[in-house]
Design a protein around this ligand. Sequence first.
Ligand code: OGA
Ligand code: MN
Length: 206
Amino acid sequence: MPAVSTNRGDELKFEELIEGLVTNQFGVVDDFLDPELAIDLRINLQKRWSDGQMHPAGIGKRFSFQKNLKVRGDQISWIENNSEDIFEKSFIKRVSAFADYLNQTCYTGINDFEFHYAFYEEGSFYKRHLDQFRADLGRKYSLVIYLNDAWLDTDGGKLSLYLQDRDISILPLGGRSVFFKSDEVEHEVHPAGRSRISIAGWLKRT
Ligand code: OGA
Ligand code: MN
């Protein structure tokens, strides 16, 4: 990955995420992305959805589609790391800068990442799970960025994290980002009363 320069404002957000992970097993920050970029990515996602480009997410080849649906109901579409879309380019740049910062400050050796748009229709969920599984040991850190507009407490759709000594829940507010170790923190997406959109992905060491 090419090194990407960052300014101090960026670094503060990165530090907040990392500091949270180191002290509490998870980091959360609002406005990980510029608010305008979050809106542009939301529009991208909605376009992919209306163009029929999103597809049901799988959890493993061993499971049937019906079985998958009992575990997760989101529909996804991958963001190519070499995307030509200007907004996706900005997003990838931001993630690269974060990965570089993480490598420089924590010697994490991240050398790849993968992200997808996710669309949870009203009532969809993702049962308690871990993001690193046997087929994908390269996933080291999970990063979720919410793209929802004006999300309310009453909309539900919280992300629960099952930590060592407690459980916590996070509302999927637009622009908010959550960061945790893929092989350590079990988590769950609760059903929402409206559609719920995000970008979810993984920083990898391969
Ligand atoms: C996932 C996931 C969490 C969320 O995609 O693996 O757990 O809050 N997403 O959308
Ligand atoms: Mn997950």
